[in-house]
Design a protein around this ligand. Sequence first.
Ligand code: ATP
Ligand code: ATP
Ligand code: MG
Ligand code: MG
Length: 878
Amino acid sequence: MRILKIQTLRGPNYWSIRRHKLIVMRLDLETLAETPSNEIPGFYEGLVEALPSLEGHYCSPGCHGGFLMRVREGTMMGHIVEHVALELQELAGMHVGFGRTRETATPGIYQVVIEYLNEEAGRYAGRAAVRLCQSIVDRGRYPKAELEQDIQDLKDLWRDASLGPSTEAIVKEAEKRGIPWMQLSARFLIQLGYGVNHKRMQATMTDKTGILGVELACDKEATKRILAASGVPVPRGTVINFLDDLEEAIEYVGGYPIVIKPLDGNHGRGITIDIRSWEEAEAAYEAARQVSRSIIVERYYVGRDHRVLVVDGKVVAVAERVPAHVIGNGRSTVAELIEEINQDPNRGDGHDKVLTKIELDRTSYQLLERAGYTLNSVPPKGTICYLRATANLSTGGTAVDRTDEIHPENVWLAQRVVKIIGLDIAGLDIVTTDISRPLRELDGVIVEVNAAPGFRMHVAPSQGIPRNVAGAVMDMLFPNEQSGRIPILSVTGTNGKTTTTRLLAHIYKQTGKVVGYTTTDGTYIGDYLVESGDNTGPQSAHVILQDPTVEVAVLETARGGILRSGLGFESANVGVVLNVAADHLGIGDIDTIDQLANLKSVVAESVYPDGYAVLNADDRRVAAMAEKTKANIAYFTMNSESELVRKHIQKGGVAAVYENGYLSIVKGDWTHRIERAEQIPLTMGGRAPFMIANALAASLAAFVQNVSIEQIRAGLRTFRASVSQTPGRMNLFNLGNYHALVDYAHNPASYEAVGAFVRNWTSGQRIGVVGGPGDRRDEDFVTLGKLAAEIFDYIIVKEDDDTRGRPRGSASELITKGITQVKPDARYESILDETQAINKGLDMAPANGLVVILPESVSRAIKLIKLRGLVKEEIQQQ
Ligand code: ATP
Ligand code: ATP
Ligand code: MG
Ligand code: MG
């Protein structure tokens, strides 16, 4: 077996609208192409031995053991690789359930589709599955050590990809609320929402969190001073820089017990609490010096440690944090008890799990010693042995929810403190013996205010009720159930995408909104180009959706991008499908026009249920997409008699119709005439029917988004298909006594479209300079020839400079074949060189004639035309 290609999908795609995270592996079964599993000796046994848990896969028989039954009876290796890849991820703790396997048009080559949670792990699992199956085929087994290594690698990939518990809680809550999110490329930034409505977070800091508040909170001494000046109870203490000052400082805070900590530390690093002697104090001073130059000396306050979380001015959760400890059972030693606790699957390293493993340090031994134990003592049943002095979860502590117990006066105090420091999200560390009584009564203190507090003790406390603190953050960032989205209008089809996208963006601009749009020529925001290039894939969509100025996104969505990585967004408000025609067939395992329709249908199917799929009623395959989408339907048609549209309107639907020379919106009993086609420059005075169709689609897409008829009209009237705006799309030049038209038509459907315009050219002879990209199929060139014979009075057949692997002369021969098939007496000649062919066409142009150039290089063609002297670009004026 050989993996030919691995693709990673990250959005709605050809295989599934709902499952966005899929790996597509193109797999050549090679020698196994004709050997089902039952014909490979020992394969079934070897597979069951390596992965007994495959028993749990139902597969098509729909019952426990169903998949293994198929392996025993005989199934193809691609299918087995799929199940193995899923199972490997499962064994590494990633729950994935979706898979598909299909043979491509090339026998023996399969597409294996598997779901992933982490894309690197998904690709790894795909490759490992091929390795595993091949090993069983060759040797009857897969070594246990290798399997273990695979699973460990997968676990590591999964762990490294984890966002951390706080961010995890936030994005989960965002998903629940339908707020889209994405990871930005730097600094662990998370974007919630799109465009102008997006908000950013980094861990639990938001883009509203003030820098002054953060800096103040990070300076413990300054925090205490500011709070003390407001009458807030804080520990009595002082800051020193030399050991010589320690004695005096201890006296100042009122003698032992004391606390020593670094001035700017966190996570409990370098802190010693409950210091009772000079020796301990000296050691603690040294420990704190490891972390910070300046040292805080404080009175030690007896009590329990609480974390009070304040979001947007309100206390949303309270947790009591208990330092790492073990409880004796009368049998095990302290060391054994620690070992046992660390086995808990909820305990991980650092912050990646709900709890952290207990690790011993200097204070652990001191605490044990004070309690009269060593690691080898056996504490009596029920005795608590503390192993850490501070309760930070990151040193193995646990948390108990106390949200319902905090005293209202403490709530008031906490909220006031956070206002004084100036933070939108803050965690207060409060030491007091009982949080359900006012601090002042118990000599409790606020030890510290934390910016960017961790959420995990609240969302996953070891005891008590989990609190949805991420919900409070979302309420603050997106009040009144805002979704953070901006309207997304996605445009697909075989022909006319760029034109329709540009026109739609132009219409939308009439509303005064900032429109971001992507096309085959580049990405634009408002009136400016952001970057040029073929930007019709998900990455370009992200440029628009991440932009803080964009209010509306209009995205040309091409076949290639959907196939390579899926849509760059989860759902659109409007999905326009213009047409489906033969083009690019045979590329990317899309071999038939129906498969192509299924691919383009992803755009229609990914529309929100309350949005609109704008569909071409005149194209059978596009109209049929209505059955597949959950969205509302809006049809456009060039045929005012369309039965489909008539019925749709009767049922209360909306449509855009070309009737009596007008582009109109029809809704219910009413026809809203937008404009006469003749008045719309893009339609070349109404002579280019396909442009009318594009204009109908754009108008309808705008209309269902509540753009007014007046604004749509203004947009249609002012949009010009000029060379500068839309190079290569129906650019008509007036050369004095004849005209030249440059168009980038390169497939049969667009030839037809241009043909409709050319046929309307009745003033003189029509000359065509034609050719097509070399990577199309032979029959496509023949079709082009046939169409050209019907459209032009004289044909010059040329080839592209870049023949895309085809031998020179082959394309022109095929086109010629097509021409003579339909018109044996057709007038034509072959000039392979594009420049020469164009020049010949222009040289022979008769009076009032039209030279239609379908070039490889639009800019070169336009240059050649302009060399002919004073040229006026023809724009239809109203
Ligand atoms: P984190 O940032 O993880 O909250 P930190 O390193 O910033 O920790 P502090 O919050 O200042 O350190 O102290 C850690 C813990 O030590 C406190 O939550 C509290 O339990 C205890 N502690 C600190 N100062 C005192 C004190 N003066 N009296 C009693 N306990 C204290
Ligand atoms: P690409 O796949 O190259 O990005 P596109 O779908 O973006 O193409 P446009 O650039 O808008 O299409 O138009 C390319 C050519 O297709 C036009 O110049 C015209 O010849 C033809 N065309 C445009 N609209 C239609 C249509 N609705 N039906 C058929 N052909 C069309
Ligand atoms: Mg703290
Ligand atoms: Mg395009």
